[in-house]
Design a protein around this ligand. Structure first.
Ligand code: PMT
Length: 401
């Protein structure tokens, strides 16, 4: 048996569904391939498989209780969440998926899933009506957007005698999904830096100059590059989004902080500047809240550093591919083409940010990719698809050269 997973540490969360019995075989298959396994068995899971059989096949103790004095003093749920290369949830019940989607942490499994910064693969298993319900599908969409990987479910006969989509994938299919997550992508060995979100330029302790960027586009690009194997750092301004999985994330507020974080991430092979950096900042940040005293306060602005232009400048630490975004409200392609020259980046992704286009904060984007060869207009796509397409283009550029 080829040891495809040699040295990989897998934390398997077994939740309460009849498919839990398949996990015993899954554990055996994982160990055959060289993985080390550690298991969390939920209360529901323990109704279907015994802790003894899970412990025997995983060759480790089984973790069951969030408030176990011994477990917490020995390892603690935070270490449990981090001391692995991948968390696999199989079977992933509708209940556990809902908890994950909503960030609930009321038992060991859900707490570890909230606390982990490792990639997560879920293998859903449930009745077909539960699977098709809007609630489950919306939870799945939210989890996918956060970078959670999903295998299955399959169609077939279900435990209740009904049939439909809802059977947990077979152990070998789950092993295949795990192996492909660990397989090297086309950007393996490359380092990528992505900026995302807005910057906040402080006026005084309570006020700032900011903009409407949600970070959706930039975060999706970081996720897509990481999925193709790039060692990816995301430098992000304030957003409401969860940190993408498998990506190193630095949170900043101002453009000055964003530039410092980008410099600290160098050297990289690829830089993608999707952040909406404020062009100006107040000259002086007041230490006390500006009082309303009858006259309007004068706000003197100075220019912020240009992060894209700085990264694009010739020098030994210049990434070999620098990609900017151009947010335009008119003459989108011609303005973006001029911006590409002005900033010195290799490619620029132009998008229309007029209110009618709904690009800021929206889930879809219509972009034009401009490089030295010309302009290519892509159809309107979900931002995740724009990101995947761009990441693939980047991968093609590196496999060609
Ligand atoms: O975050 P979302 O809601 O998903 O929206 C996505 C987006 C509209 C923010 C994104 O697609 C986008 O267009 N990002 C660039 C926004 C922008 O600031 O564009 P710009 O045309 O003003 O700047 C051109 C380029 O210079 C950008 O790559 C920008 O990151 C960079 N820049 C700008 C100013 C500055 N001081 N430093 C920079 O690095």
């Amino acid at each position: 048996m080829a040891a495809m997973l040699q040295g990989r540490r897998i934390l398997l969360v077994i939740a309460g569904g009849i498919a839990a019995y398949k996990c015993l075989d899954l554990l055996r298959r994982l160990r055959e391939r060289g993985a080390t396994t550690r298991c969390i068995l939920t209360k529901g899971g323990a109704q279907f498989v015994t802790p003894l059989s899970v412990a025997t096949l995983s060759r480790d103790k089984v973790y069951q209780d969030l408030f176990s004095l011994t477990d917490e003093s020995e390892i603690g749920h935070i270490r449990l969440a981090r001391e692995c290369d991948l968390v696999v949830v199989a079977p992933a019940t509708a209940d556990l998926l809902a908890k994950m989607a909503h960030g609930l942490a009321d038992d060991l499994a859900s707490t570890v899933l909230l606390a982990t910064d490792r990639p997560i693969l879920v293998a859903p298993a449930m009745n077909f009506v539960m699977w098709e319900s809007n609630a489950t599908q919306e939870n799945l969409t939210a989890l996918r957007q956060r970078g959670v990987h999903v295998v299955g479910p399959d169609a077939g006969e279900l435990a209740e005698g009904e049939s439909g989509v809802g059977r947990m994938s077979e152990p070998l299919a789950i092993v295949g999904a795990i192996e492909s997550l660990f397989a090297s992508g086309p950007l393996k060995g490359k380092r990528a830096l992505v900026t995302s979100g807005p910057t906040y330029e402080p006026v005084d302790p309570v006020r700032f100059i900011g903009n409407r960027s949600s970070g959706k586009q930039g975060h999706a690009i970081a996720t897509a590059l990481a999925l193709l194997g790039a060692d990816t750092t995301l430098v992000t301004g304030p957003t409401r989004l969860a940190d993408p999985r498998g990506v190193t994330v630095t949170h900043i507020e101002s453009a000055d902080e964003m530039l410092a974080a980008c410099r600290a991430a160098l050297p990289v092979d690829i830089a993608v500047c999707a952040a909406a950096v404020a062009d100006w900042k107040p000259r002086d940040r007041r230490n006390q809240k500006i009082k309303k005293n009858g006259s309007l306060p004068a706000l003197e602005l100075v220019e912020n550093p240009d992060i894209l232009a700085t990264l694009s400048a010739k020098g030994s630490s210049r990434p070999s591919l620098v990609i900017g975004f151009a947010a335009e409200t008119e003459n989108v392609v011609s303005n973006a083409t001029a911006k590409r020259h002005k900033k010195g980046c290799d490619w620029i992704v132009a998008n229309d940010v007029s209110a009618a286009a709904g690009t800021f904060g929206g889930d879809a984007n219509t972009v034009h990719l401009i490089d030295e060869g010309g302009t290519e207009t892509w159809p309107r796509l979900p931002k995740d698809d724009v990101a995947r397409r761009l990441a693939q283009r980047i991968a093609d550029r590196f496999t060609r050269s």
